[in-house]
Design a protein around this ligand. Sequence first.
Ligand code: PMV
Length: 318
Amino acid sequence: MTTASAPGKIILFGEHAVVSGVTALGSAIDLRAKVTVQDLSGSVLIKTKELTLQGFSLDLTSGRLESAQAAHATRYISAVLREFDVKDIQVCIDSSLPPAAGLGSSACIVVAAVAAISAHHGLGLSLREIAEISYRLEKNVQQGLGSPMDTALATYGGYLQISQDIQPIDLPPLEMVVGYTKMPHDTKSEVEKVQDLKKRYFELVDLIFQAIGALSEKAVPLIREHNHADLGRLMNVNHGLLMALGVSSRELDELVYAATGAGGALGAKITGAGGGGCMIALPGAAGVDALMVALRQARGVAFKVVTGCEGVRLEGDL
Ligand code: PMV
């Protein structure tokens, strides 16, 4: 039996603008997906146990699907098994990340599965190979959509600065709170919406993108110098610009206002494509607990997270 785990991610600054080559800043977080593989003679069995759901299973040999969420996770695992031509195996997924929320749940399942199979079958894949294979597989399952950021963060961990290429950047950890709207988000349609706006109003949208890129760059020294007051201000500006691009929603805005109002956050913004999914908030003097209470009172699911966490790793036996 071999277990690997990989972290989810948040985008601190720069979503949407990054699609047009402007700088973004992403971070691995301490919510992880664990994938355990073990030999199982004569069949392929994939079991999933996700945060928002009770345990359920899917038997690929009988083709029985017991949940749409299981089918979602299974598409990624099946792609990994096909890639390495693995049969006679049981794969268990245990993820603390909500699926389709923009926290990189599918990327960390793919990365953890590739690493677990590499170790179990003695393939000796390097981190670079794990990142490349995982990116290709995730993109195939998502029919060509997907930036390399999620699989890179799940593999290497830490912080990544993304523009034309992806650069690791050494920054101290931040304690943040994620607020999940419980509304799934659709990255493809949000990206198309913004790119369509850019086609119609290039000068306006390009200015917004440039401003967002400047925020991503100005945030780096603030994180390094632990200047959370200014970092929070920049998060609020980034949220305003994402609202201007039309990717916020009532649920997201309610969580953002609850965070910076009753929650006492220094700043809050959407993380990821928007439309649903999650926002992030930087706790202020009132602390993490007050922030989590405020988000729950605004009907969100709140998670405490730490940024800059470790990438994919092998775990001891479950
Ligand atoms: O919500 P997510 O994790 O799918 O983030 C999407 C980030 C975008 O910038 C909107 C798209 C991208 O590919 O970078």
